[in-house]
Design a protein around this ligand. Structure first.
Ligand code: 3H9
Length: 709
């Protein structure tokens, strides 16, 4: 068996180094070897104290997430009983925390009697982000160390704790100034403990009922009930937060052994939940997403130090802010001085709002603003390494910009278009360097949304793709690579989803009914509320460019066209699918009347539509399109689609994205339902309810997951 532990003795100290790269995930093999090493040190009379540390830059990122849901997760020695055993050793056990101690990694450190960390280390219990709760004593030991209120705050948010705060709270005994001095500090602490014959575990006050930092003040009666009531709506659809609260409540009310047993029960329930399965799927999807055949560590990367953005509108300004936020200089180019001034003023206003909300200091705001330079002259961006065009969404206008960029920009510059639907190849074709052209589709607001669709044109060079993926990570985005097609991944799937929602209005549903079904599924917003927010005029313009391909469906988004003709553009005009008074949204009987009128003209029989039918038709069309995209090779893998819809369209992360959700419904069921609606919806059904060939092939071959075949 490979050695995952380095064991060495220095005088009276045993040093046990975790050596399971990259992050010392506490899988079964590491657990087994760690236990062996600790037993060896415990049995060796010459060893008087034990130091646990990570051999690389990380202490441990916790349990091995890939083991969850499989027997390996609880294979002996399981993490909870390993940690219980460590608490029984009668020699001082010191955790020397370098880099990170997350989840089971922090629980391991808390099972040690003493903890020292390097100054830059981060500690946390992020299990909730995986639909779990800490399951190896974290919910019981953290409240006993820092108080239940503080423990609840960190465990229910999953946010990391820095060393300074950790020391103030009582989680750390010592902080080493640098990573290099960590082991020496731990050794000095160990020798001091030996010298004063300190016990294996220090005698600390056990204070789970105390909301730190006010020792002596017991939690008020009803504390947990109030906490639940205050957060109920935020937790809608999720069970992990409830389990976290239950476990911490147990820490306050039960002796340690019973509290640990309760935590164990809750953890098992959480591990088996579809919510945790979905969130684990998303965790690995995020780590897979940048991996592409043909790109590897050997692919060269172009240096990107100077960035330029063309167009200082809302989108261009938001894109520029991303770079300034990451500490990169960026030049914003506009054609007219007043437009440039407006753009720069908007950027300042956005930053000022962040300062007002306490998310940024005034100093940070000024530093960021100082990185953004406005210009009216293409000559000032001639030496940019990356240029991102963010002008009006019209092919001819974008092509004109790219002709100019081709003339003005240095050889080797990456030329990117922020188009959301247009043909990147047609844009690249007007340049003499199509290999340097790529699509970078930011989502609005561009400085907030994490999704970035990276559109690979037919000629885009591998190093251009690799470089843009790297830059995307640098500015904190989740980059998903898409091939060229109408709408790329996200908007192409939005089209049939939205089309079906519109059709349902003609058949008898109301905007509120459709939106309620979708928000009950967990969508951040219903499709009609979303169109009202984005602008009915915007989707009208997209349809205008595609009338020919839509001509065979006379009812296609007819209601949306009618609203456009009435000047009801959505929130910006206070009227769209809904009526708006300020931020308040109201149903509008006029919209229903309009839907009735159009249905009458088209001969569509109106009827009562069930919520189930709304769910099925919208979701089926969304997912079917996703499967089709995979079959066409537009996207790399089905989990990439999940990331697009979670991060760009508000699909609930705890459902794992539309494709993961569809797999849960069952591929056979999807195929059967598509067939059902093709039958019952007559001519309309025959027109649109065509299963993707890949779906048919997957079902025929008995597959349960969406993959290329
Ligand atoms: C837990 O502990 C439960 C316990 O309470 C109870 C148990 C009974 N497991 O993200 P990166 C892999 S739940 C398995 O690209 P970074 C990752 O897949 C756990 N694998 O690097 C990737 O593999 P690959 C609680 C893991 O520097 C590679 O490591 N802990 C794990 O951007 C590098 O990862 C967490 O939730 C893991 N635990 O970020 C922490 N962690 O190269 C989860 C990482 O093949 N992890 N990998 O693609 C993280 O948040 C980030 O990975 C971390 C590093 C911040 C550690």
């Amino acid at each position: 068996m490979n050695s995952l532990i380095n064991y060495r003795c220095e005088g009276p100290l045993a040093l046990i180094g975790l050596a399971s790269a990259p992050v010392n995930a506490l899988g079964q093999a590491l657990r087994e070897q760690l236990l062996e090493a600790c037993e060896r040190a415990a049995a060796d009379a010459s060893v008087k104290a034990i130091i646990l540390h990570g051999e690389g830059s990380v202490f441990s990122a916790g349990a091995d997430i890939s083991e969850f849901g499989s027997p390996a997760s609880f294979a002996k020695p399981d993490l909870p009983s390993l940690l219980t055993r460590l608490t029984e050793l009668d020699k001082p056990l010191i955790a020397a925390i370098g880099g990170l101690a997350l989840g089971g990694g922090l629980e391991l450190a808390m099972a040690c009697g003493y903890r020292v960390a390097e100054a830059g280390a981060r500690m946390g219990l992020p299990e909730i982000k995986l639909g779990l709760l800490p399951g190896a004593g974290g919910t019981q030991r953290l409240p006993r160390l820092i108080g239940a209120a503080a423990a609840l705050k960190y465990i229910s948010s999953g946010e990391p704790i820095g060393t300074h705060r950790a020391q103030v709270l009582g989680l750390l005994d010592w902080v080493a100034p640098t990573a290099d001095s960590l082991l020496e500090t731990a050794k000095a602490l160990a020798l001091a403990l030996i010298h004063r014959q300190a016990p294996g575990r220090p005698c600390r006050p056990c204070r789970p009922n105390w909301p730190h930092p006010t020792p002596g003040t017991a939690l008020l009666p009803g504390y947990f009930a109030d906490y639940r009531a205050a957060n109920q709506s935020r937790w809608k659809g999720q069970s992990a937060p409830q389990r976290v609260v239950a476990a911490i409540e147990a820490a306050c009310n039960l002796p340690l052994a019973e509290g640990l047993a309760r935590e164990g029960e809750l953890f098992k329930e959480a591990e088996a939940s579809t919510e945790s399965e979905a969130l684990r799927h998303v965790f690995f999807a995020e780590r897979e997403v940048g991996k592409l055949p043909g790109l590897d560590t050997g692919t060269s990367i172009r240096p990107v130090n100077r960035v330029a953005v063309i167009g200082a509108g809302t989108m261009g300004g938001g894109i520029a802010m991303n770079f300034a936020n990451a500490g990169m200089a960026v030049t914003l180019l506009e054609l007219r001085a007043d437009a440039l001034e407006r753009g720069l003023a908007l950027i300042r206003k956005n930053y000022e709002t962040s300062v007002e909300r306490g998310k940024l200091t005034s100093e940070q705001m000024e530093q960021r603003l100082a990185l953004i330079h406005g210009t009216l002259d293409y000559a000032n961006i001639a030496d940019a390494d990356l240029v991102i065009e963010a002008v009006f969404e019209e092919l001819a206008i974008k092509q004109q910009v790219f002709r100019t960029l081709d003339e003005e920009c240095k050889v080797g510059a990456i030329l990117a278009s922020n188009t959301s639907t247009l043909d990147v190849d047609a844009i690249a074709a007007v340049t003499r360097r199509p290999q340097d052209v790529v699509g970078l589709h930011f989502f609005s607001p561009a400085n907030v949304m994490r999704l970035l669709e990276v559109v690979r044109g037919a000629a885009t060079a591998a190093d251009v793709l690799a470089t843009t993926l790297k830059v995307a990570k640098r500015i904190g985005k989740i980059p998903v690579v898409s091939g060229v097609c109408f709408g790329f991944i996200g908007n192409r799937m939005l089209e049939p989803y939205s089309r079906e929602a519109h059709r349902l209005l003609l058949e008898g549903a109301t905007p509120a009914q459709v939106d309620n079904v979708l928000t009950s599924l967990g969508m951040a917003m219903g499709v009609f509320a979303m169109h009202d927010l984005a602008g009915i005029d915007v989707s009208f313009l997209v349809r205008e460019s595609r009338r020919e391909v839509l001509a065979h469906d006379p009812g296609y988004c007819k209601l949306a066209d009618a609203l456009y003709a009435l000047g009801r553009f959505g929130q910006k005009t206070n009227r769209g699918y809904y009526l708006y008074e300020g931020r308040e949204r109201k149903d509008d009987p006029e919209v229903v009347a309009l839907a009735e009128k159009i249905a009458g003209e088209l001969g569509i029989q109106r009827r009562v539509i069930s919520d189930q039918e709304i769910h099925d038709r919208c979701v089926l069309m969304l997912v079917n399109e996703g499967i089709q995209l995979l079959d066409e090779g537009i996207c790399q893998r089905s989990s990439d689609i999940d990331l697009v819809w979670i991060n760009g369209y508000g699909f609930p992360v705890w459902r794992g994205g539309p494709m993961h959700y569809a797999e849960g419904l069952g591929l056979e069921h999807l195929l059967e339902r598509i067939g059902h609606y093709r039958e019952v919806l007559g001519g309309y059904g025959a027109m649109w309810f065509q299963p993707a060939h890949l779906l048919e092939r997957l079902v025929a071959s008995g597959k349960t997951g969406v993959e290329r075949l």
